[in-house]
Design a protein around this ligand. Structure first.
Ligand code: DC
Length: 230
């Protein structure tokens, strides 16, 4: 039986910086549903490859790594962020590094890696429901989800958001470089043959370029309520 028949799933797909991560975290808190950050699994595979000296061209070794990833997602009472452990080591921050993101987008283009991570992602669909954040949540991983959102924003706005995040953290950054990296990643995510980033046919499309987080959240919750989510 497909796991999506066991519990309700809301999928949120879209490019980097569209606000998916924030919206998914808020939705999961508001509804009390589980959260799947599928991008973290690709980042973890990329980091595991680095730890084990596996080349990003070595498809077979990457597939084995992905299939046997020793990861734990731990909800903390004191911090809003979920702590992530790889082979017992806390890597919550390490997987967010720009270079790990870049490696993750290369690893994510390899179909055997995607296949190896499929059942692990579906296992997150537990009661009372799941908010699934990614690129192919509505198209491949949870095709019969209750609600599918495709969240987009202009590349300039997404780069600006990332730039602000880094400056707020005290990290020096160049807006121009961020925009260039973001376009390269979009290109790779949208034009790969394995599960490219695209809206599911039955997805509701939202453009967050000139919307606040609260407005996006309200729009998604309204769609969820239309589908009987309380
Ligand atoms: O959302 P993120 O930046 O953490 O994702 C890291 C990389 O993984 C990104 O290049 C897109 C890819 N990814 C994917 O191909 N499929 C997913 N479901 C989630 C992320």
């Amino acid at each position: 039986m497909s796991p999506t028949t066991l519990s309700a799933v809301i999928t949120v797909d879209g490019p980097s910086g569209s606000g998916k991560g924030t919206i998914c975290r808020l939705l999961s808190q508001k509804l009390g549903w589980n959260l799947l950050d599928s991008g973290a699994l690709y980042r973890l595979t990329a980091l595991a490859a680095r730890h084990h000296g596996v080349d990003l061209d070595d498809v077979e070794a990457l597939q084995v790594l992905a299939a046997h990833l020793d990861v734990r997602f731990v909800a903390s009472d004191t911090e809003s962020e979920i702590q992530i452990f790889l082979e017992g080591e806390e890597v919550t921050k390490a997987i967010r590094a720009e270079d790990v993101g870049l490696d993750a987008s290369k690893v994510a283009a390899i179909q055997p890696v995607r296949t190896a991570l499929l059942s692990r992602q579906r296992d997150f669909a537990e009661q009372p429901g799941l908010i699934a954040d990614g690129r192919d949540m509505g198209t491949v991983v949870f095709p019969d989800a209750l609600l599918k959102i495709y969240l987009d924003a202009s590349a300039e706005e997404r780069a600006q958001r990332r730039y602000k995040q880094l400056i707020d953290k005290g990290v020096g950054a160049s807006l121009e470089d961020i925009l260039q990296d973001l376009r390269a990643r979009d290109d790779r995510d949208m034009n790969r043959s394995a599960s490219p980033l695209k809206p599911a046919e039955d997805a509701i499309r939202l453009d967050s370029t000139s919307m606040t987080i609260d407005e996006v959240l309200a729009a998604v919750l309204e769609e969820a309520r239309h589908r009987g989510v309380r």
